[in-house]
Every structure is written in structure tokens, then in C-alpha cells.
Design a protein around this ligand. Structure first.
Ligand code: BGC
Ligand code: BGC
Length: 637
């Protein structure tokens, strides 16, 4: 449908609706006495508080006590920075709160997080029914917004490892660090399937291979929700449903972003064949909340696609959990926020993420219900699904062994992250077997924008939404430090950002650690993903003053390097390794062998984009390195 026709239709509907609302409010006002639900208070031994009762019975019991407002409250997810007053948790019966990326407590420490969230939970538990809150965060590569937490490689690096057990362990360690700070809900794993490296969210995804994404996504869900093992259950949220990654570059897109939040062109078959299977696998692995994407499919936003949300996901795939909308996705760009809310909830969204106006949302849902625009059944269904997840997670039950704050950034978790880094490295070129390097090498020169910069090696969604630049937080190890720590005491390691070293003899080896500045979401959409002029100059400088040059690319996606790669002696893709830069040295110096493979094809030029999931380039030419390419070498130490 044309956008204008759509708007006209909406305006007419709005007019009709306002008229109806006026008449009905008057009517309801006169009838109000009859509409009051009797508020009954549950006895201490009621079913929903009894851990031994089946979950469906507990949900039904709790629901039977709930007023309309309390049910709507469960459907309300508020960004914590927009919470006007902590009392609103009780006043609006809120179902959940979240920290939007970078939204932190006043004291931004693990203890500060715990104190803040405990405070919110206290508000919730003091309510009549004492329903615990879900507290959500984007722990997409560890609990990385918390200073001092272990930051694991971004998903693309995990995809390069292809190691299911490792990914499950990473998710479990992440869950433990989250629970230590009171966060019980993660907006991960990301199951997007990127087909165009110009997109700013490529690194959030494991791969462009639906099968690998399905396997790793399921492993990740199990890791977050591994309650059977030790009481650790962080609710996973596979995202973004459905078709994210299929959007191509669109220069006429009427937005800041040229790919992100765009239109999914995938036809029905490819949505089902390529994009749906990872969600199916995640549901089978126990996923109980799924996030609906900000994309459009056909001429309708994803949040309005009833067939995909309700018929396919809930009915066909038997998803028993709840659907949460993404950020401002229900309301953004809609003049009529009332109508937007009604449509999204009727399409199947159960919990609405509200970065801004939650008071208006609760009012709107209530009116819509009173006007018969959202049925009692739909509200009961939405609230029940959310409660089902909370019961399944054990939120109502006594906590067994609370995870201690010392878990955040623990030595064990950092060691796991270091292993993940080592396994994620992909060796793309190794002329004359330059690698592995001997730790006894006499003279090494290190340079490049990502060599001594923890912010760059962590990438975005670390501390801040768009990431940070520089060497903090404490506890992390830069790639340079990892190299310095590994070499023999006799080795001279020199570092200079631009690779400028004063005259004399050439070094035995130069290591250029180059790459991208952090970026998140559409801010990372870029027409030509390439190395910066500074980084290219740095490589050239090293090539003049070192015998051999090893290039390490720290980036969220393959970069276009076809013209330069000829001159590199060795090349490895390190993705966005996170806080444990020492994992790079482990492989560089042969303590471990290279095992990683490319989780997606590495294009040779921009005209090849997008590349289909079958590996076909847009211009029919061959890529620089195909998916699953990765040289092997021997471990020497
Ligand atoms: C992103 C989601 C994220 C949410 C909450 C959105 O902008 O698209 O991936 O989970 O914000 O921070
Ligand atoms: C928030 C992110 C969110 C983004 C959406 C930012 O302000 O911090 O969590 O994903 O907005 O555009």
C-alpha cells in the first residue's frame, strides 16, 4: 500500500475512532460501577506461590487474581532512564524494566547495578501480588556494559569458532555475570543472517549460514538458561524476528540509515527456508521470549505482521513464550500511537518496549480493551505468556545459590573468553609460513589503531551503546599487552601507533593491528567497508622497517582489502575479540593452532554485494575468500 494511502486510511480510522471513543467513554462512565472487577487477595497457600504445582496451573491461578491494570502492567516494559519515579513500578504494575544500551546506575560498578536492580525488585515485591520484574540488558558479548565484566568476542567471532560447547559455555558465563548484578533477561542471541557487509550489525550475528546460526543460537539459549545444572537461568531473547540481514543498501531510504531498519525483500520461501529455522531451533532449545525486529516486510512493519507473529511463530511452531517489541518499534513514525499500539498487540506483540511514554501506553491499552479493540482474550494471553516465562525461569521461587559479585570478570570467565578469542581467529594468508612466530624472535614492531586500544577490540555494545575508544576499563588486556607478555625476556617489542620507528636495522617482524572504530546499528552502515588511510599508511610504514609484516584485522565484518592483500605476508581476521587480547598472542606464537573459519564470505569488491546465503555474488564474480575458508597451521609449542 502507498504510504499516503496508508496515512489517509489511518486518519479516517482515527476520526471514526475518536468519535467512538467519545461516545463509549460517556457510556462506560455511566456504567463504571458494573465494570469494576472485584479485587480478591490470594491466600498464602495459593497455587501460584507453590513451587510444586505445574506452571500452567500457577499461571492460571495468578491470572485469576489480576485486575485489567495488573495484566496490562505485565505487558509494559520500561526503559529505566524514562522511569519517572520508582513508585511507578507498583503504580503501573510493571512487568519489566530494561537498561537500553549504556543506561547505567549512578554508581557504574557491578555492585551499583545490583543495588539499583534490587531496589526495583523491592518495589515490585511490595505490590499486592508480588510479581517479580524482568530486568533486561543487551548482554550480546558478555555483560559488557558493566565495567569490569568479561567481554567475550562478538557473535561473528563465535561463529568463526563453530564450536557449540564453547558458545554454550560463553553464554553460561555471561548469565552468571548478569545474575550477579541482578539482570535476569538478555536480549541475545542474535539470529540475524547478514547478506551485506555494509550493514552496521553484521558482527552481532554468528554467520550467514542458517544452519550454523541455528546450532549456535540453540547452544547459546541453553547456556543462558542452563537451570538444570546450577540454578542459572537468564531468560534468552532470540532476535530479531524476522528476516534481518536480508535488507540491502538503499540510498533512497528515507532515513538516516541505508540498510538498518530497512525493507526485507525476502520472498515467503526464503523467509521460511533461511530466516525461520534458527528461531525454530531456539524455541526447541527452550527460548521463551523473542524480539520482533524493526524491519519492514512488504509494505508492513514486522510488528504488524500477524501471520508471521501469531500464526507462524505461536501456532505453527508452538512458541509458548512471549513476543517483545524492539525499542521504539511499535510507535516510531506513527502519528497515531493509540492505533499503533492496538495493531501491534493484535498482531501478536505481548510486551511492548517503551523507551519513552509508558503512562500513555497503559492508558491506551485500557481504552482499547474497553472499546473492544483489544479483546480480553488477547490481554489474558499476553499476560499469561509473560508470566509463564517468569515461572519457568523460577523468578517466583526461592533463590537457590545466589551468584556472587566476584563472578563478574572472574579469572575463570576471562580464561574462557581468552580461549574463545584464540578459536575465533581466522588465518587468511601465511606466505612462507611466517606464522606462528617464535616467542624467541629478537625484534618485533607492533603498530596500528587497534593494537593498544581495548575499546576498539571490544567493539560497540561495550560500556556505551556505540562503544568506547581507549584503554579502559581496567582488567582487560590489549592485543599489544598480550604480545609483550608472551615473548621471551630477550625479545625487543617496540610499539608505535603509526608504525613510525627511527632508522636502524629492520625488525624481524612487524605486526599491524588495524581495523574499524566501534559502531552500533545503523551508525555502522557504510557504503565502502575498508581500512582507514591511517591504517593503510601504518602497514606501509611497517613494510619499510620490518622484514615481514603480519596484518591483524580487528573489525565487525570483512573489509575490502583486495588491492592491499598481495603485499601482506600474513593476514588474520580477529573480529571483535573483547577484553582478552592475550588470546591473539596464544595463536600468533603457536601455543594454540589456528582453527577458526570464515563464518561468511569475504567479498573482494563492493559490486558483489549483497551475497546470497547460497554464496552467489551480485555481479557473479568470485569472492576473495569463501565462507568456511581458514588456513590451518601447526601448533609449535
Ligand atoms: C536494538 C535491539 C536491542 C534494543 C534494546 C534496539 O535498538 O535493535 O537489538 O535489544 O535496542 O537496547
Ligand atoms: C539505546 C539503545 C537502543 C538505541 C535504538 C539508544 O539510545 O541506548 O539501547 O538500541 O537507542 O536506536
Amino acid at each position: 500500500m502507498e504510504v499516503n494511502a496508508y496515512k489517509t486510511r489511518n486518519t479516517i480510522l482515527l476520526g471514526l475512532f475518536l468519535l467512538a471513543a467519545l461516545l463509549s467513554s460517556a457510556f462506560l462512565y455511566m456504567q463504571s460501577e458494573h465494570n469494576e472487577t472485584a479485587v480478591t487477595t490470594p491466600a498464602a497457600d495459593t497455587i501460584y506461590l507453590d513451587e510444586t504445582q505445574p506452571i500452567d496451573a500457577r499461571v492460571a491461578d495468578l491470572l485469576s487474581y489480576m485486575t485489567l491494570e495488573e495484566k496490562i502492567g505485565q505487558m509494559t516494559l520500561v526503559e529505566k532512564n524514562s522511569l519517572k519515579h520508582p513508585n511507578d513500578i507498583a503504580a503501573y504494575h510493571l512487568g519489566g524494566l530494561l537498561s537500553g544500551a549504556g543506561a547505567k546506575p549512578e554508581v557504574n560498578t557491578p555492585a551499583g547495578w545490583k543495588e539499583m536492580i534490587d531496589g526495583y525488585q523491592t518495589e515490585a515485591s511490595a505490590t499486592r501480588l508480588g510479581i517479580p520484574l524482568l530486568y533486561g540488558a543487551d548482554a550480546i558479548h558478555g555483560h559488557a556494559h558493566v565495567p569490569g565484566a568479561t567481554v567475550f568476542p562478538h557473535a561473528i567471532g563465535l561463529g568463526a569458532t563453530g564450536n557449540l560447547e564453547l558458545v554454550q559455555a560463553v553464554a553460561q558465563a555471561t548469565a552468571r555475570e548478569m545474575l550477579a548484578t541482578g539482570v535476569n533477561w538478555s536480549y541475545s542471541p542474535n539470529l540475524d543472517i547478514p547478506q551485506d557487509i555494509r550493514w552496521g550489525r553484521v558482527y552481532e550475528a554468528f554467520s550467514d549460514d542458517s544452519e550454523l546460526v541455528s546450532k549456535l543460537g540453540a547452544a547459546y539459549v541453553k547456556g543462558l538458561q542452563s537451570e538444570a545444572d546450577d540454578g542459572v537461568f537468564v531468560l534468552a531473547t532470540p532476535k530479531h524476528y524476522l528476516g534481518l540481514g536480508s535488507m540491502g543498501w538503499n540510498s533512497s531510504q528515507n532515513k538516516n540509515f541505508k540498510i538498518d531498519q530497512g525493507v526485507t525483500p525476502a520472498n515467503d520461501m526464503s523467509l521460511r527456508r533461511v530466516y525461520l529455522p534458527p528461531f525454530k531451533a531456539a524455541i526447541e532449545a527452550g527460548a521463551l521470549s523473542i524480539m520482533v525486529g524493526l524491519n519492514t516486510w512488504g509494505d508492513e512493519r514486522m510488528v504488524l505482521q500477524k501471520e508471521l507473529l501469531t500464526d507462524v511463530l505461536k501456532s505453527e511452531l508452538g512458541f509458548k513464550g512471549f513476543l517483545v517489541s524492539d525499542w521504539y518499534g511499535v510507535h516510531e513514525g506513527r502519528v497515531n500511537t493509540f492505533w499503533a499500539t492496538v495493531q501491534a498487540i493484535n498482531a501478536g506483540v505481548d510486551m511492548v518496549m517503551l523507551p519513552f511514554d509508558y503512562e500513555q501506553f497503559t492508558k491506551h491499552v485500557k481504552w482499547a480493551n474497553q472499546l473492544g479493540l483489544i479483546s480480553d482474550e488477547r490481554i489474558n494471553d499476553a499476560a499469561s505468556r509473560i508470566l509463564y516465562a517468569k515461572f519457568e525461569q523460577g523468578l517466583f521461587d526461592e533463590e537457590k545459590d545466589a551468584v556472587q559479585l566476584s563472578e563478574v570478570g572472574s579469572a575463570a570467565n576471562r580464561a574462557l573468553a581468552r580461549t574463545a578469542v584464540a578459536e575465533s581467529l581466522v588465518l587468511l594468508k601465511n606466505e612462507d609460513t611466517v606464522l606462528p612466530l617464535s616467542p624467541q624472535t629478537a625484534h618485533i614492531r607492533v603498530a596500528g589503531s587497534a593494537a593498544d586500544n581495548i575499546g576498539r577490540q571490544m567493539g560497540a555494545w561495550s560500556i556505551e551503546w556505540q562503544g568506547i575508544d581507549g584503554n579502559w576499563p581496567a582488567g582487560a588486556t590489549s592485543i599489544l599487552k598480550g604480545i609483550e607478555d608472551r615473548v621471551s625476556p630477550a625479545t625487543l617489542v617496540e610499539y608505535n601507533l603509526q608504525g613510525e620507528f627511527a632508522g636502524g636495522k629492520k625488525a624481524d617482524v612487524g605486526i599491524a593491528v588495524v581495523g574499524e572504530k566501534p559502531y552500533a546499528e545503523g551508525w555502522g552502515d557504510t557504503e565502502y567497508p575498508v581500512l582507514s588511510d591511517e591504517d593503510l599508511q601504518t602497514i606501509k610504514n611497517l613494510q619499510v622497517n620490518s622484514e615481514k609484516v603480519v596484518v591483524i584485522i580487528v573489525s565487525g565484518r570483512p573489509l575490502l582489502i583486495t588491492n592491499e592483500v598481495e603485499s601482506f605476508d600474513a593476514l588474520l581476521a580477529a573480529w571483535l575479540p573483547g577484553s582478552e587480547g592475550a588470546g591473539v598472542a596464544d595463536v600468533l606464537f603457536g601455543d594454540k593452532s589456528f582453527t577458526g573459519t570464515l563464518p561468511l564470505p569475504w567479498p573482494s569488491h563492493a559490486e558483489q554485494l549483497p551475497i546470497t546465503t547460497a554464496g552467489d555474488t551480485s555481479d557473479g564474480t568470485a569472492v576473495l575468500f569463501p565462507r568456511y575458508f581458514g588456513l590451518k597451521n601447526k601448533q609449535i609449542n
